[in-house]
Ligand binder design. Structure first.
Ligand code: AMP
Length: 461
């Protein structure tokens, strides 16, 4: 993700002409406008969200992760301390402002620091370890908006706290990979080890010494990074810096025995489960808290190249809890970006399953029928039959078109005459055959039809 320096403080924005509810290019009209980098998730898009929400929650549950929701607003120091003062996120991308009590607060740019804060605040150290948590929610970064990058975006994240063993790293890489596969995406995992701070410090010095001899061949950003956050030079995408980067010393060669051992074990686990990965010595992630294993997951294009920005990433953070004032607690986690997953689903032409259509649509004609329809509709719902109704539609033609569009199996028609007769019309939407059914018997009739259809379905497969 490319990042442009922006002001740190969130300033009140001028109200300018507006974005109307858009198809392609939103029209400008007068009135409030969508903020730059923000996105409305319109009804047509919701099936992607439902698909990802449903699959991700099931997967997390299957592996015994419990859901946690933390507030979107936190003390600013949580992130400056945890993510690191000289990281891109903290230097350029935080939505930070003073609240009415003059306290500096920040819209969370990521989920790990808040989860670790919650772990400490709620004494989760006293629970049986490890504590396995997942979240799905909005994050905020004041970066340069571009395709797949927003100022408000959403992450599905998993964290394992209180477990130092390499199996936990492998489990999380496996789960990030598995969710992508279950969604139908072609992906590839990149992995590296950053070691623990001791051996990383030594490596940083070597890297700086090497880059100092190449100062004339690197971009200004890299010169700045060398002073403030040297590992980020390995992240640089500038063409000019690539030859220098390729000759740079690599962290994996400098790992101490313990860190190397840990890394080898993670890789052995991945080999054991046949999870395809690539070692990427330039993968450093943008956060200060990462220790040892780091990984990112990329969408793979049909020509085997990979997407320029990652779908997600994560790694170990064994010192984070202590850094935040808690007891030393190892941890490992990752987050996948939902908007990027959706973009990849579209780019890779993945067929996202349509939500299960309702079984029955209830059409009503005239005021009298509308009033009676509400009670009938509630009876149908109470019987557990998926049903839908739209009281805003009056004409039979419109309602029949709607029920056909919704792909329901049956439509019930309730008009003035049926109300007086104590009946309803039941239309089979496949055959077009209609029958008159006693109003009192319609719920039972629907139950029977549903049971018969699920029997047929089970016996067809
Ligand atoms: P990070 O921890 O920065 O690597 O973020 C993890 C994932 O969150 C990324 O791989 C993206 O999928 C997603 N992400 C991060 N920043 C943004 C953004 N500004 N807009 C959309 N998605 C983002």
């Amino acid at each position: 993700m490319s990042r442009t320096p922006k002001k740190k403080e969130l300033k009140a924005k001028e109200i300018k002409p507006v974005l109307s509810a858009p198809k392609a290019e939103p029209k400008k009209t007068s009135g409030p406008q969508l903020l730059r980098g923000m996105k409305d998730i319109l009804p047509a898009e919701q099936r992607y969200w439902d698909f990802i929400r449903e699959r991700s929650a099931k997967l997390a549950g299957a592996y015994s992760f419990e859901r946690i929701d933390t507030p979107v607003l936190e003390e600013t120091k949580l992130f400056t301390r945890a993510v690191g003062k000289y990281t891109d996120i903290v230097e350029k991308e935080m939505f930070t402002f003073l609240d009415a009590g003059e306290e500096s607060v920040t819209l969370r740019p990521e989920g790990t620091a808040p989860v670790v804060r919650a772990y400490i605040n709620h004494g989760m150290l006293n629970l049986p370890q490890p504590v396995k948590l997942w979240y799905l929610g909005p994050m905020f970064r004041y970066g340069r908006p571009q395709s797949g990058s927003y100022r408000q975006f959403h992450q599905w994240g998993l964290e394992i706290l209180g477990e130092a063993k390499p199996a936990a790293d492998a489990e999380l890489i496996f789960l990030a990979y598995t969710l992508c596969k279950e969604l139908g995406l072609r992906v590839v995992v990149h992995i590296n080890s950053l070691g623990h701070p001791g051996c990383r410090e030594q490596y940083k010095n070597e890297l700086v010494d090497y880059y100092k001899t190449k100062r004339s061949q690197i971009c200004d950003d890299c010169k700045r990074r060398l002073l403030r956050n040297p590992l980020r030079v390995l992240d640089c995408k500038e063409e000019k810096c690539q030859p220098v980067k390729q000759g740079a010393p690599q962290m994996v060669d400098k790992l101490c025995d313990e860190d190397r051992n840990h890394f080898m074990k993670v890789l052995e686990f991945l080999d054991e489960i046949d999870l395809p990965y690539q070692l990427n010595p330039y993968l450093v992630r943008g956060l200060d808290y990462n220790t040892r294993t780091v990984f990112e997951i990329f969408a793979q294009n049909s020509d085997e190249s990979i997407s320029s920005s990652a779908l997600g990433g994560g790694g170990r953070y064994d010192d984070l809890a202590e850094l935040m004032g808690g007891r030393p607690t190892p941890g490992v986690g990752f987050a996948l970006g939902i908007e990027r997953l959706i973009l990849a689903l579209k780019e890779q032409n993945v067929n996202v399953p349509d939500p299960q259509p309702p079984f029955v649509y209830l059409a009503q004609l005239g005021d009298h029928a509308k009033r009676k329809a509400l009670t009938l509709f509630e009876e149908i719902r109470a019987a557990g039959i998926p049903a839908t109704v739209n009281f805003a539609k009056d004409s039979l033609k419109t309602q029949m078109e709607l029920s056909a569009k919704l792909n329901v199996r049956y439509t019930i028609i309730l008009g003035q005459k049926e109300v007086l007769d104590g009946t309803v019309i039941l239309r089979d939407m496949d055959s077009g055959v209609q029958e008159v059914v006693d109003r009192k018997k319609i719920v039972d009739a629907l139950k029977k039809k549903r049971a018969a259809e699920s029997f047929d379905l089970n016996h067809k497969e």
